[in-house]
Design a protein around this ligand. Structure first.
Ligand SMILES: [Zn+2]
Length: 327
């Protein structure tokens, strides 16, 4: 089968993390000047490869078992791979379609019919699994992010957004990457740069099959720290509501305890969902603050203890909270 490495320019070098850099082959085809500063990167990944150009920003990837995408086809063409070889690669790849691929397709079809679908997205260029970046590990520990969530960092920070240290939280849906948020760790603005699709809810892949409840919160870190769902705003769109309902769980909404959070309460009432507003001290504004101070289990218990389903009781609790916020 076609080995892309055979077609890479001879002048190239490999980084310890497996990226191969060489003069990009794409730029002159994308109205940029040809690359002379080894700005092209290719990384062999399990059963495939991923390509990114830092000169013209062209990206493409290939995974055995899927058809060769339009962008991958163009790239291979620019590298000098004959069309017949590309067609052969495509056939060979489809022959490797695994049972997983077929099941994935079936789930995807179900989601399309239900109107819940997100396109696959790329992470920022040269994102790598976070391994030993100490300062970043500390930050994630301080926010109580579970160790097994695949947080990423950017390999060549000097090439990344304004040189700023950051962590990248991939957004997944049915275990495919459909977006991300990049949280910068210095004190400058913006704090977050986010790539998200309309109707997306963070955290569906954190839900276990046998759970009967799901907790809806505002922020990514709130969701990560209790394996909840994040609306990522102080409201819930109709599309998001449909996705959350499709999980078939008892829903509890936990708003941030600030005036913006009260909008989420109104929306939860509208949707007929339960709301929990635990009596946290004034300096605890959200679920993540509570997990940091009291731990995950204690936070979950107070959320369930203060769960209200009746509209009148929720309104009353909200009124009391608003009063407390003003004082
Ligand atoms: Zn390029």
């Amino acid at each position: 089968m076609l080995d892309i490495l055979d077609y890479l320019p001879a002048k190239r070098k490999t980084t310890p993390s497996g990226w191969i850099s060489f003069n990009a082959v794409c730029c002159q085809h994308n109205s940029s000047t040809a690359d002379k500063r080894t700005r092209g990167g290719l990384k062999p990944i399990e059963q495939g490869w991923s390509y990114h150009c830092f000169n013209c920003n062209y990206t493409a990837s290939f995974i055995l078992g899927r058809s060769v995408s339009f962008k991958a086809r163009r790239l291979l063409g620019w590298m000098g791979v004959p069309d017949a070889e590309i067609d052969a690669l495509n056939l060979e790849s489809l022959r490797h379609r695994s049972i997983h691929g077929i099941l994935d397709d079936r789930q995807r079809m179900f989601n399309v019919l239900a109107g819940i679908e997100f396109e696959e997205r790329e992470l920022p260029p040269m994102s790598e699994l976070l391994s030993d970046a100490h300062e970043r590990r500390e930050y994630l520990r301080s926010r109580k992010v579970p160790d097994d969530y695949p947080v990423m960092v950017q390999l060549h920070e000097e090439r990344s957004w304004k040189n700023r240290p950051s962590v990248i939280i991939p957004f997944t849906y049915n275990d495919r990457i459909v977006g991300h948020t990049q949280r910068f760790l210095d004190d400058r603005n913006p704090k977050y740069v986010t790539d998200s699709q309309p109707g997306y809810v963070f955290g569906t892949d954190l839900q276990h099959n046998d759970w009967t409840h799901a907790i809806v919160v505002e922020g990514i870190f709130d969701a990560l720290s209790i394996s909840g769902l994040a609306a990522m705003h102080n409201t819930i769109s109709d599309h998001q509501a449909r996705l959350i309902r499709s999980l078939g769980r008892e829903i509890t909404v936990v708003p941030d305890q600030d005036s913006a959070g009260m909008e989420l309460v109104d929306r939860a009432i509208e949707l007929g969902w339960a709301v929990s507003m635990p009596p946290w001290p004034n300096d605890i504004k959200d679920v993540n603050d509570s997990v940091v101070r009291y731990g995950r289990l204690a936070t979950l218990l107070t959320i369930l203890e203060n769960r209200e389903t009746s509209k009148i009781k929720i309104e009353l609790r909200k009124k009391n909270l608003v009063k407390r916020l003003r004082s």
